[in-house]
Design a protein around this ligand. Structure first.
Ligand code: OGA
Ligand code: MN
Length: 224
């Protein structure tokens, strides 16, 4: 019965996305993370790639660290440039439709109570990196699941910019993910430290977070 409801609620969802979501669900239950190559639907991937490469420089800002009100730009930790996705462009709107399907599906299957999603384009120029970090700190955040996808056509070994996911705090080797076009990575935000190794050529990604509701006064679920 639960299965039938889950399937019915995903109107715009293709068979490919459905089977992808089943795999992601299993992985999150078993390991807490999921790495899927060629997972972003082709048409969506092409739209996002076109959009990120056409976007004017002034739409991008140096990424900060920490909460919005107390944000520092710390080039020792990260030096990518980001642009938040608001759904105004057709590419951004299609992306948010797709991530809404993911949110709906995972809520049905895993009872995560995901309430909202925030995401940004990120451009790492040659030499840019993001040192080992957590996306969320226990008890101090409402980010539950992190989602990353890559828009690097023809990524080659040697281009660098791999994502490294560490299984626990003693893990120094980690799991390396090549930032290839269409690869999607999802992991529990509070559990997995991760880093972006220095890029040897321009690296394009989208990073996003599914959040639970954390309303403050009349301000419903403010972004951090
Ligand atoms: C982030 C992040 C990973 C990536 O933006 O928090 O960890 O591979 N990004 O771009
Ligand atoms: Mn991160």
């Amino acid at each position: 019965m639960e299965q039938i409801l889950a399937e019915q609620s995903l109107q715009s969802c293709t068979d490919n996305t459905r089977s992808l979501l089943n795999q992601i669900t299993q992985d999150i239950l078993q390991k807490g993370y999921s790495i899927q190559t060629n997972a972003l639907p082709n048409e969506l991937a092409d739209m996002l790639h076109f959009h990120i490469t056409q976007m004017p420089n002034e739409k991008f800002n140096e990424a900060g660290i920490g909460r919005e009100l107390n944000q520092q730009v710390n080039e020792k930790v990260r030096n990518d440039e980001i642009a938040w996705i608001n759904g105004e462009s057709p590419a951004g709107a299609s992306w948010l439709n797709w991530t809404t399907d993911i949110q709906t599906f995972l809520n049905r299957r895993l009872f995560l109570g995901l309430f909202s999603f925030e995401s940004h384009f990120a451009v790492y120029e040659k030499g840019h990196f993001y040192k080992r970090h957590l996306d969320a700190f226990k008890g101090d955040t409402n980010r539950v699941l992190s989602l990353v996808t890559y828009l690097n056509k023809d990524w080659q070994p040697g281009d660098g910019g791999e994502l490294v996911i560490y299984r626990d705090e003693n893990d120094t080797q980690g799991i390396k993910v090549e930032p290839k076009f269409g690869t999607v990575v999802i992991f529990l935000s509070e559990e997995f430290e991760h880093e972006v190794l220095p890029a040897n050529t321009q690296r394009l990604s989208i990073a996003g977070w599914f959040r639970v509701n954390n309303s403050i006064a009349n301000n419903i679920d403010p972004p951090r």
